[in-house]
Design a protein. Sequence first.
Length: 420
Amino acid sequence: MSDDGLEQGSGGYGILTDEGVARLRQRIGIYQKPPAKPHNYEVTWDGVRHFAIGYGDSNPLWCDPEYGKTTRWGGLIAPPTFLYTMGEPIVPDHTPEEKAILKGDPLAGLGAYQAVMEFEWWRPLSLGDRLRMQRLTLGVAVRENSRFSGRAVHETRGFIFRNQRDELHALQRGTWVRAERHASAKHKKEYDLPQPYTPEQLDEIDKAYEAETIRGAEPRYWEDVEVGDELPTIVRGPLTQTDIIVWHIGWGMQLTPPGAFRESWKIRRKVPGMFTPNELNVPDTVQRLHWEKAWANKLGIPIPYDYGGLRETLLVNLITNWMGDDAWLWKLSCEHRKFVYLGDTYWIKGRVREKRQEDGRNEVHLDVRVENQWGTVTTPGSAVVLLPIREAPVALPSPARENPEDMVRYEIERLAAAER
């Protein structure tokens, strides 16, 4: 997923400098305002349904309020990655020094490519819930010999979500590779690009769609799971521009503040760096590399590609199909190693790596992955699911720190220790 810089910094537009890296490091621990307003301020049936069907998931737990009333949750809940669409920012008044540090983008003009994403979920999102979000930089590390672009910066950002009752809902932490666009173009590799599908290939995809099942109300008990069990594979694709449009309907724009025509013009006046001229010399969002081939080509990418958030959501789709209504997806971590282009097909797979009982939790550890139609693993990952046992239901997990500010400090210290 691309997440391009929006404003010009002081170190030379599009150039990776030591000054820019030092300025970026100054931001660690300072709460920042996100570039766009949340797509959803409240969990609603329509909002959740549009999000779920936008990635091809008809699970009634997210799509049917009457069904939800029959589950342990007592009503409709949102898919785990629905948090992407929410989060009213909590941003304290900054000191003059902090305002100076946060002005502009120290690495403006560099590409920003999502590499790693991790989640922890502690409680569900139910109808009527709202989310507040704290966003900040957790860590900055320089990589001198990135395979993608040579010298690059790995910027790790944290997002802490709490509901309207001030209860912690989830933590999201992601690492973006910040690299000079010409450098990423220079280091580009030959990719296996999508080719026209044969009737036999399309039939295989159709049969996979037909075979897909959702466990739903039938509990999957911890005792019945064996190490080495395969999760039923699901398929999504071949990916089309229409799929990207429908995904955006539920997901929102995320990177470009929402609004068309005059609303877009207002944004362009404030942050012109977010818009570059298209082939007709008309300013358009830099985010269009996900649907416009000419712009993707200028950035060294052969054709438009998907979003990391979509692949994360498809991994969640695989897991929630398998685990059933009574289980809880606690953790997910994945790495986006290769592009998934328009025309590619997602084959989403997983297996049980380990079973564990710890601190009252009945854990199942999974290896999960997204493959394309060539069998290439584009996104490997891992997850931890809490399953019920026959004698007891799942108890929701607790965060490492209950206070959001304590959680921020914990995350910064954890990341710093990992870099040492």
